[in-house]
Write a protein that binds this ligand. Structure first.
Ligand SMILES: Cc1cc2nc3c(=O)[nH]c(=O)nc-3n(C[C@H](O)[C@H](O)[C@H](O)COP(=O)(O)OP(=O)(O)OC[C@H]3O[C@@H](n4cnc5c(N)ncnc54)[C@H](O)[C@@H]3O)c2cc1C
Length: 409
């Protein structure tokens, strides 16, 4: 068995892992960084391919905006209520960016990982982590196997960015999310001459509190899909491809032929596990960092990977023996906790079709509600408080919007 040693090992070359590797190289170029991924890139990943303004901001932080240069930007987002009522608003600004993109993950992830390689990280693909021993003293020992045979890697710190079914998380003994805090979703690609105008979220009765989406990639292609809570999915009869077809039919897109369907799960940030485990940290889907309302996970995963890597690089270069991920868990919860709590509240409200209808109809008259809703979906908003809901109900009623049944406390 071949043996190697490195300062930082990143398991998983998706957006969280690639961003972590770039950040580590920038923070401490004298330290060695290795990225391990079981797949060969480019590789497909089930995703809506939606890169919100948070992703664009992270790319700017990493000097990697070239990845989206020349792509068609998305600046407006449409929300469609179960009743069919719709509202359109601007994407929120994060950093200097108030735009998003829709880039197939096979391309986006390939390009971001190439940036990590260019930044000096060693990238080992087709190599799967199989074992992990993390003693209190001394380096973490990882075993992997793949096209180049078996390997043993000793690392002073490890960032696990190995996705929703993280092997590192399992080997650490950290349970996966409960079905009540997990989503399942299917995506497919469609084509239509003339393309599609906005990124669109369709809140459909049969999917609530989740939705179907149409995200335009270019002048003719789009990524379409449906997301549903795992617990609700288990309780109903239809398969994900059937739900997708049903969504396309009921949203007036029966003519679209979904191709290259692919499904996977989404661990929601309504149940974030402990993120730091001595010399090992969880980032991205491995740490359940997906917005429970929107299903967006790339921006948070990149932010977490970058922060974990920067902390580890500083601790390792200091030579003081300081724990590499000290403060990382608290940082993540402080940075995004309130946003995820507000998103989870919005999701609970959207379980009721009448509230989703009501919210969209009221928002058509009050632009600040559109902004709040969009900020929860693809920004970093925190303001869907019970107080703002009460405001919404009062304003809706005074403007003649019929009230539905009382909301249970
Ligand atoms: C259908 C669907 C639609 C979605 N739509 C969106 C969207 O539009 N926008 C958005 O922001 N988010 C979306 N998400 C969520 C988003 O896909 C994830 O949050 C994001 O991919 C997380 O990135 P990551 O780097 O943590 O993990 P991943 O992208 O899953 O990367 C993990 C990597 O780890 C590797 N790996 C796994 N196990 C091992 C192992 N044992 N050894 C070595 N390598 C390993 C894998 O090969 C993979 O390359 C969607 C999710 C789904 C399922």
């Amino acid at each position: 068995m071949m043996t190697r040693a490195c300062d930082l090992l990143v398991v998983g070359g998706g957006p969280a892992g690639a961003a972590a590797a770039i950040a580590a190289r920038r923070a401490a170029p004298e330290l060695s960084t290795v990225v391990l991924d079981r797949q060969k890139f480019p590789r497909d990943k089930a995703c809506g391919d939606g890169l919100g303004p948070g992703v664009v901001a992270r790319l700017a932080d990493l000097d990697a905006t070239g990845i989206v240069r020349g792509r068609r930007p998305v600046e407006r987002l449409k929300i469609v209520a179960p009743s069919g009522a719709e509202v359109v608003g601007d994407l929120p600004a994060i950093g200097r960016s108030a735009r998003g993109y829709v880039v197939p993950r096979s391309e986006f992830d390939r390009d971001l990982l190439a940036h990590a390689r260019d930044a000096g990280a060693e990238v080992l693909t087709e190599s799967r982590l199989e074992g992990l021993a993390s003693p209190e003293d001394g380096p973490v020992r990882v075993t992997s196997s793949g096209s180049n045979g078996s390997e043993s890697i000793e690392a002073r710190a490890v960032i696990a960015a190995d996705g929703a079914r993280s092997d590192v998380r399992r080997l650490l003994g950290v349970a996966y999310n409960d079905p009540a805090h997990t989503g399942v979703a299917i995506r497919a690609y469609v084509e239509r001459p003339g393309g599609f105008e906005h990124m669109a979220f369709y809140f459909k009765r049969e999917l609530l509190p989740a939705y179907g989406w149409i995200f335009p990639i270019d002048e003719q292609g789009a990524n379409v899909g449906v997301m549903i809570d795992a617990a609700r999915f288990q309780r109903q009869e239809r398969s994900l491809p059937e739900l997708l077809r049903g969504f396309l039919q009921s949203s007036g897109h029966a003519d679209l032929e979904p191709k290259r369907s692919r499904a996977y799960m989404l661990p929601f940030a309504s149940e974030i596990p402990p993120l730091a485990h001595g010399r090992v940290a969880l980032a991205g889907d491995a740490g359940s960092m997906i917005n429970p309302f929107s299903g967006e996970g790339i921006a948070y995963g990149m932010a977490a990977g970058m922060e974990a890597a920067t902390r580890a690089a500083r601790a390792l270069r200091s030579g003081t023996g300081k724990q590499p991920f000290q403060g990382y868990d608290a940082w993540f919860r402080q940075r995004f906790g309130e946003h995820f709590r507000a998103s989870a509240r919005a999701k609970r409200l959207a379980q009721q079709a009448w509230i989703a209808d009501f919210g969209v109809r009221a928002a058509r008259r009050r632009p600040e509600f559109v902004r709040e809703g969009i900020e929860l979906l693809v920004g970093e908003g925190t303001v869907l408080s019970w107080r703002s809901l009460a405001r919404l109900l009062v304003h809706g009623r005074t403007q003649g919007i019929p009230r539905g049944p009382r909301i249970a406390a």
